[in-house]
Design a protein around this ligand. Structure first.
Ligand code: C5P
Length: 290
């Protein structure tokens, strides 16, 4: 069984406060994009083998594919095994949710392979234990609002699907989500008195559900984590300015970074900008959103 595990970007991310368990309460808007990891699953009579390509990606304990397969085996009392091959395309530590998407794809794929009729809410409870972003990828939706620590998902139901284009720039260094949130707590009062009006998230939602022109909603994009990431990593600000100078309607950090995305209403504009960025030292990709 061959699966695609797509990446996400956050079109909106506000941090509302700290929870007793140390996680942060969020209000976020996830968008699925076309850049994806590839996963191949094979049925085995017993045991689990997980391989990655390239091979030395992460120590076994950090491999969310393995964690997801083991958690599902335990949850459903499965005796059968599987072979998982992960072809990693999405950069790690980039704020694109690659590891979470891999975990969600493995959960859904193994349910089919092992013939387990687990409903999505039950898989989501399992997924939430693996990572805050896993649940978004379990719902087959282009956009969703995430609350709680990001694991409570409200899928948007666009009445009209419109494709938007993004240029993604990866500065070739990774950021630790834990560290970024830790710095936010250190340097900002939480809950923050300057919270962006949650109305902006509702406006974004309204426009995405109607497939509005980019110009109508692009100014509502927001990411609170930029407050701590941009001052610590000036290169991120440099990427944002370069993208905007070269025609992106808006350039924002995705999740806790380090990837920055610029939005475009046409593919040709995105290609032109990506070409102009060829001489810069960052890894550049074009992807579809919506
Ligand atoms: O849930 P996940 O494992 O992806 O989170 C990684 C780290 O990011 C957590 O250990 C926590 O430090 C931080 N985090 C947070 N609040 C969230 C999501 C993540 O503090 N809502």
């Amino acid at each position: 069984m061959n699966l695609r595990a797509p990446a996400k970007i956050n079109l909106y991310l506000e941090v509302l406060g700290v929870r007793p368990d140390g996680y942060h309460r969020l209000k976020t808007l996830f968008a699925r994009i076309s850049w994806a990891d590839e996963i191949c699953l094979r049925l085995r009579p017993c045991g689990l083998t997980v391989r990655t390509h390239p091979p030395e990606l992460f120590p076994q304990r950090k491999n969310l594919c393995r964690a997801a397969a083991l958690a599902l085996q335990r949850e459903a009392g499965v005796r059968a095994g599987a072979r998982v091959l992960l072809k990693k395309k999405i950069p790690i530590g980039a704020g694109l949710g690659g590891g979470s998407s891999d975990a969600a794809a493995v959960l859904k794929g193994l349910c089919r392979l092992w013939k387990l009729p687990l409903p999505i809410p039950r898989l989501a409870r399992l997924g939430a234990r693996l990572g805050s972003d896993v649940c978004f990828f379990l719902y087959d939706t282009p956009y969703a609002v995430g609350t709680g620590r990001g694991e409570h998902i409200l899928p948007l139901r666009p009445q009209k699907i419109k494709t938007y284009w993004i240029v993604l720039l990866f500065p070739r260094f990774s950021l630790s989500t834990r560290e970024v949130y830790g710095n936010l707590r250190k340097f900002q009062r939480l809950p923050n008195p300057n919270l962006t009006a949650p109305a902006n998230l509702d406006r974004l939602r309204f426009h995405l559900e109607r497939g509005s022109f980019l110009e109508n909603w692009v100014d509502f994009l927001f990411n609170r984590l930029e407050d701590v990431v941009v001052p610590s990593y000036p290169e991120i600000g440099h990427i944002q300015r370069s993208l905007q100078k070269l025609g992106a309607s808006q350039a924002r950090l995705s999740g806790s970074g380090s990837c920055v995305f610029g939005l475009f209403s046409s593919r040709s504009q995105a290609i032109r900008t990506a070409r102009a960025l060829r001489s810069y030292p960052w890894e550049c990709r074009i992807a579809r959103m919506g």
